[in-house]
Design a protein around this ligand. Structure first.
Ligand code: SF4
Length: 339
């Protein structure tokens, strides 16, 4: 127990009860219990992040796998995850690590952030560290400690998150992160409440704050048949994205497959294609994910001259249509800021 790291965001209440203030659940936690995320535990009136440095996975992945399509395209990022999640999505695609708490508490392999940085620096073609696989908000302390050392070492920090975080810790998280992929799971409070046990408004606020801070932002929307595939609601969502974060915001429309508690059939490709067309009315860069045809909705076209500037096949990427500044070789339009 004493090896756990004390949580950064909580308030002490009477009778050794604590209130976690990291995410909008603001859990009131009695001694011995955890919050909704299953990994922030009250031990005798002190809140601990018991998943600190308890890694569930460590892989060197293409950045495209996060997915990030406009952030150092074609390069790789050392990706780590732990356990737990502050959302309870019935359709979770990573439920084995996100919904069970810590399965193997002895697995504290890389407690010292410098160890992971040393590993990251040893990998050729690595741009940095990605905090991913399960929700990084709920391992805030480990992300922060690793990210600060990473920044000093000249590495980039990438976060793949549901964006469900309170404003003050959210602002700190944005400061030490270079690029985000935020999962915008739907666009009604009803959907968020019923299918994720959380709420939409804080996620929208996080997205706006990331954009205002000038950090790289891409958004993913998993399209699930009957649950969040109303075209009218979808159009409102893409309209909102364009209004709040600009028409250059990258949107990934991801195909759902049955997982965890949802056994609906996979999203029809023609539904995704229809959503792609709606999104393209508002946004310049829209991609389809989890679709068998590798060429479908995966390449980057210059929005001015329509040249193919980035070609993707699976996780192989060719940027031969771009110059070294990330501009279209044909017409000179700046497309990629980070290359
Ligand atoms: S981070 Fe976990 S413990 Fe804290 S408020 Fe959110 S769900 Fe509750």
């Amino acid at each position: 127990m004493e090896t756990f790291t004390e949580a950064s965001w909580y308030e002490k209440k009477e009778n050794s009860i604590v209130k976690c203030t990291l995410c909008p659940h603001n859990c009131i936690i009695k001694p011995g219990k955890t919050g909704i995320c299953l990994v922030r535990r009250n031990i005798e009136g002190i809140l601990y992040a018991e998943n600190y440095a308890v890694l569930s996975a460590l892989h060197f992945d293409p950045v495209e796998k996060k997915p990030l399509y406009h952030f150092y395209p074609g390069q790789g990022v050392l990706s780590i995850g732990t356990f737990g999640c502050n959302l309870k999505c019935s359709f979770c695609q990573n439920s084995d690590i996100s919904q069970n708490g810590i399965r193997d508490p002895e697995r504290k392999a890389l407690t010292d952030p410098q160890e992971i940085i040393n590993e990251a620096l040893d990998i050729k073609g690595n741009i940095g560290i990605a905090y991913t696989y399960n929700e990084p908000v709920i391992w805030f302390e480990y992300v922060r400690d690793v990210a600060k050392v990473a920044e000093k070492a000249g590495l980039k920090n990438v976060m793949v998150s549901n964006g469900f975080i309170n404003e003050t810790p959210g602002r700190e998280m944005i400061e030490f992160t270079d690029a985000f992929n935020i999962d915008l799971k739907g666009f009604t409070e009803d959907f968020y409440k019923k299918h994720t046990s959380s709420s939409l408004e804080p996620v929208k606020e996080t997205i706006k704050t990331i954009h205002k801070a000038g950090k790289h932002l891409e958004i993913t929307n998993l399209v699930i048949p009957t649950l969040n595939d109303d075209p009218v609601v979808f159009e409102k969502m893409v309209e909102w994205i364009a209004l709040e974060t600009g028409e250059n915001t990258v949107l990934h429309l991801s195909r759902y497959y049955p997982h965890f508690k949802v056994s609906l059939p996979p999203t029809e490709v023609k539904k995704l294609s229809g959503f792609y067309k709606i999104a393209k009315k508002y946004l310049k860069y829209v991609y389809l994910g989890n679709v068998a045809d590798p060429a479908m909705g995966n390449n980057t076209l210059c929005p001015v001259c329509n040249s193919e500037v980035i070609v993707r096949n699976g996780y192989k990427t060719w940027t031969s249509g771009l110059d070294q500044q990330g501009k279209c070789k044909n017409c000179g339009l700046k497309i990629i800021e980070h290359i």
